[in-house]
Design a protein. Structure first.
Length: 302
């Protein structure tokens, strides 16, 4: 395509926006609303997942060994567990460590308790592995595997908590995806209507262009430019709004309720938007392109 043709294509694309300004604004407004809500869902979802990961990190599995097991057997069990992809962390807790932790958690004066028992460790057979998983939804399969390893006496896990965390995570993920999909379909529908009106208004002009030899691609491209331009405008605005809103809310919440930082780690705005901004732009362009492409393919049979 020659430079003059490219210039014509872009001029016509932006003229189409001005010609159908009301519908173009409606399409832009819908994309803004769609991507703004998408950004809100994304920000909430990512922070929620961060919180879930923090909770998952506290949901541990304890693996206890057979009485009188040797260190070589313990090492062998460790090697078998480390072959599992679900594994996040594995820490060895000796009988001494287990006893010291028990004393710290249950006695007002830990040192006095240790002096009372001296070298006599009531938890002499309580050496264990403390394990966390990358995804607690896989806990049942993991526990089943570990329970079958030779030398493992008992496996303690928080199955109820793990199942609830996994269920909440899944529900939020599917719920957000469903709402976002509906918003995208509405956006594509409105862009399609805008392009259809533009084609209807210029139908006679398009017919003449086709009669003098204009190709389908030449006729179709200005409308695709129109759709993509609407998508770009509709994606840039919500990203800017979301940046200032998210950054302001996080700074306010952290400054006003500093105690939340000890239990909840908010994702910094720059870390969130390094992904969200290009995703919104890609979605805006994609919605505009798909809406205009499908519409011109359907209606440009003149």
């Amino acid at each position: 395509m020659r430079i003059s043709s490219i210039g014509y294509t872009f001029r016509q694309g932006f003229k189409n926006i001005r010609r159908n300004l009301l519908f173009s604004l409606a399409s832009i407004g819908t994309i803004i609303a769609c991507l703004f809500l998408f950004g809100l869902f994304y920000a909430v979802l990512m922070n929620f997942r961060t919180a879930i990961k923090k909770i998952e990190g506290n949901i541990s599995i304890s693996v206890f060994f057979d009485y009188g097991i040797s260190q070589e057997q313990v090492d062998l069990i460790s090697e078998q567990i480390r072959t599992r992809d679900e594994l996040a962390t594995l820490d060895y807790v000796s009988a001494k460590d287990a006893w010291e932790k028990f004393v710290r958690d249950n006695y007002d004066d830990p040192q006095a308790a240790l002096e009372t028992f001296g070298d006599d460790n009531p938890l002499v057979n309580s050496a264990s592995f403390t394990i966390t998983l990358k995804d607690v939804s896989h806990q049942a399969d993991f526990v089943s595997f570990v329970s079958g390893i030779k030398g493992v006496r008992k496996v303690k896990s928080s199955e109820y908590t793990a199942n609830n965390v996994a269920a909440i995570n899944t529900f939020v993920g599917y719920g957000s995806a469903g709402i976002i999909l509906i918003l995208f379909l509405v956006s594509i529908f409105l862009i399609s209507n805008t392009i259809t009106i533009g084609i209807t208004v210029r139908k006679e002009e398009i017919r003449i262009m086709k009669l003098i030899g204009a190709t389908n691609a030449f006729v179709r491209t200005p409308f695709i430019v129109e759709g993509v331009a609407i998508g770009i405008i509709g994606s840039v605005i919500p990203v800017i709004l979301l940046w200032y809103m998210y950054d302001g809310i996080i700074n306010y919440v952290v400054g006003r309720f500093s105690v939340l930082q000890t239990v909840f780690d908010f994702i910094p705005a720059k870390d969130l938007f390094v992904v969200l901004a290009p995703v919104c732009l890609a979605l805006g362009v994609g919605i505009g392109f798909i809406g205009s492409f499908l519409t011109t393919r359907k209606h440009l049979k003149v």
